[in-house]
Write a protein that binds this ligand. Sequence first.
Ligand SMILES: [Zn+2]
Length: 219
Amino acid sequence: MSAPNELALREEMIATGRRMNATGLNQGTSGNLSVRVEGGFLLTPTGMDYDTLVPGDMVRMRMDGSYEGHREPSSEWRIHRDILATRPEVGGVLHAHSMFSTSLACLRRPIPAFHYMVTRAGGEDIRCSDYATFGTEELSRHVLVALEGRLACLMANHGMVALGATLAGAFKLAVEVETLAAMYWRALQVGEPVLLEPEEMRRVLEKFKTYGQQPARGG
Ligand SMILES: [Zn+2]
């Protein structure tokens, strides 16, 4: 700490964590968040309830994995670091064990083109990464592969990740992905959802580009 803007970012992280609780994205203390800052990133500490966090609890990490602060960083710091190191367009990363995304991830089932809003994650589907033990470099590698050309993915038998230019953008996308996962889950209870053609998904992707950065809900 702390330029005033860094303090504001720390406060935003806490507020976003509390919104993750309110929207049901968090299960227990399993979610974590990061925000890019000069020289590295801020990350939520491991195993703490967002209701009790104060700005000084955020961990300031450098890209080499070293950190400052009186708390231990989230055990998934490698995923946050590796995404921020390889995706310069990303400024915020959110990881959660949200109910429907994780349920699909336990089936190793990606979210296909069953709804046009799937394109909000950057492509025609939302992939599910391969499995590796939590907190490992191997898991981080699998997640990076599943995120190629995408802003979100499921993580096999684990959870989900959403990216944004800002933390607010990552949060918004995480809510969208969880909503899509819930819809897909429900549709699967009745039958096999009809999938949109790749050509239609490309058309929607193009159409959203003209919406600019607006969090458009489409028609
Ligand atoms: Zn996790």
